[in-house]
Design a protein. Structure first.
Length: 135
């Protein structure tokens, strides 16, 4: 691990010790880095970098069954629980899932990074844009 990554990891650990409930989005802003950069400091410790094969990953997500879909930005937090159904990746512009609980339009051309994260008994797939911000 590089010195810069080690330094960032130490700063994040110190911030979490000071504020155990800090969200990664807020921590990244406070430390002046992106969420993806911060998450990457834990690769090998419950965080796995995935190849950016987003269509292939999402094609299989229905097999997970009921999950929580979460989108968070400065203006809102949107959570939906359900199964990703009826994935359609035929359009070069927008991909979609259309189901009763999760009805989602996705623009994969804005996606850049993917991680699998295990935190205790919680498992997640986390996706980030070119700027390292969560999608």
């Amino acid at each position: 691990m590089s010195t810069l990554v080690n330094d960032l990891k130490e700063k994040w650990e110190a911030l979490k010790a000071e504020n155990p409930h800090v969200r990664i989005r807020n921590a990244a802003a406070e430390l002046g880095v992106s969420e993806a950069e911060l998450l990457a400091t834990n690769v090998g410790e419950g965080v796995t970098v995935l190849r950016p094969e987003f269509k292939e990953i999402l094609t299989e997500v229905e097999q997970l069954g009921k999950v929580m879909a979460l989108t968070r930005n400065e203006e809102c937090v949107h959570e939906r629980k359900g199964t990703y159904l009826n994935g359609d990746f035929s359009s070069p512009h927008a991909q979609l899932f259309v189901g009763e609980d999760i009805d989602l339009r996705i623009f994969l051309n804005h996606w850049k990074f993917a991680f699998a994260v295990v935190e205790g008994d919680r498992k997640s797939l986390q996706f980030f844009g070119k700027d390292g911000l969560a999608l």
